[in-house]
Design a protein around this ligand. Structure first.
Ligand SMILES: CC(=O)N[C@H]1[C@@H](OP(=O)(O)OP(=O)(O)OC[C@H]2O[C@@H](n3ccc(=O)[nH]c3=O)[C@H](O)[C@@H]2O)O[C@H](CO)[C@H](O)[C@@H]1O
Ligand SMILES: [Mn+2]
Length: 295
């Protein structure tokens, strides 16, 4: 609505075509949401449409316990690749505020540190993010027609992540399963759980490590996932992949308006597949036993 798109009349760019383009990937879902792959968009055109709207992008990143070690690379590479030239506000949630590194940020970019309790279980740290994202939006970001992305900290940016990713509700396809039949997706398969996705159901397997969209839409997602996770917990159930399972259930019921290809969350240990022309954001290789509070 207020993000009405207007192309500038002065800009020169390559003629669009509906008969030539990438043929090795699918760039639209069956519900007609774009699937963002390199070569399907013009970054200069997109930036010039969003630039006059003076949008702000909030980012949440959690660094609890030993995960503070990932912050430096995450923050430094974000300065090189994430929404360059736009207003970016990074919210770092940590139990050790003094260990948040000082990273020089460009004009229009800022960082806020939020204190959170530590935890003895990584599952709880990961899943509690939904509650803290819900509260952040309610208390600090409400009523602003801006965007938010919620990202894993154990990762680095390697290429552009910008305005092509903006939409109401944005999900990222998990790099590990996108060529598989959905019967192999690690959805929560117990019907007792509120994260349940049954046989023959589900579209894609999405990452818990990156999602976003307009503040109001992400608020609704975080609130729903949190309350379903907590209601499950009261009955002694924890979904197979915690909040990632609840996110997958949510995205099946509430289709994302834009889907980001696995370029937007690859994994460093995984060789690049030929359809992935560029890795934009990727999880670093880590020793789980060494960095998590429990196994
Ligand atoms: C790439 C991707 O989609 N990753 C998801 C995946 O495993 P991952 O193996 O990527 O999970 P993870 O260990 O990175 O934990 C998720 C995030 O929680 C935070 N954290 C975790 C443990 C800890 O001791 N301290 C801490 O700060 C940190 O921001 C981390 O990035 O499945 C998890 C299920 O729970 C989450 O959905 C992750 O987002
Ligand atoms: Mn991770």
């Amino acid at each position: 609505e207020s993000h009405h798109l207007v192309a500038p009349d002065s800009l020169q760019y390559k003629q669009p075509s509906i008969v030539s383009g990438r043929t090795d990937v699918v760039a639209v879902t069956p519900w007609l949401a774009p699937v963002v792959w390199e070569g399907t968009f013009n970054p200069v055109l997109l930036d010039s449409i969003y630039k006059p709207q003076n949008i702000s992008i909030a980012v949440t990143v959690f660094a609890v316990g030993k995960y503070v070690m990932f912050l430096k690379d995450f923050l430094e590479t974000a300065e090189q690749h994430f929404f360059i030239g736009f207003n970016v506000h990074v919210y770092v949630f940590t139990d050790q505020p003094t260990k948040v590194p000082q990273v020089k940020m460009a004009a229009g970019r800022q960082l806020t540190v939020c204190s959170v309790p530590s935890s003895k279980r990584w599952q709880e740290i990961s899943a509690r993010r939904m509650e803290l994202i819900q509260t952040l939006i309610e208390e600090k970001l409400q009523n602003r027609n801006d965007f938010i992305f919620c990202l894993d900290v154990d990762s680095k940016f390697h290429g552009r992540w910008g305005t092509e990713s903006l939409s109401g509700l944005v999900a990222v396809i998990h790099p590990g399963y996108y060529r598989d039949d959905r019967s192999r997706f690690p959805y929560e398969r117990r019907p007792e759980s509120r994260a349940y996705v049954g046989p023959g159901q589900g579209d894609f397997y999405y990452c818990g490590g990156a999602f976003g969209g307009l503040l109001q839409e992400v608020h609704q997602l975080a609130k729903t996932c949190r309350s379903n996770f907590e209601a499950d917990a009261k009955e002694g159930i924890e979904a197979a992949w915690q909040e990632e399972s609840h996110l997958n259930r949510y995205m099946w019921i509430n289709k994302p308006s834009k889907v980001l290809s696995p370029e937007y969350l690859w994994q460093d240990f995984k060789p690049r597949n030929p359809e992935v022309y560029i890795v934009r954001f990727s999880g670093v290789v880590k020793n789980y036993a060494e960095i998590r509070p429990n196994v």
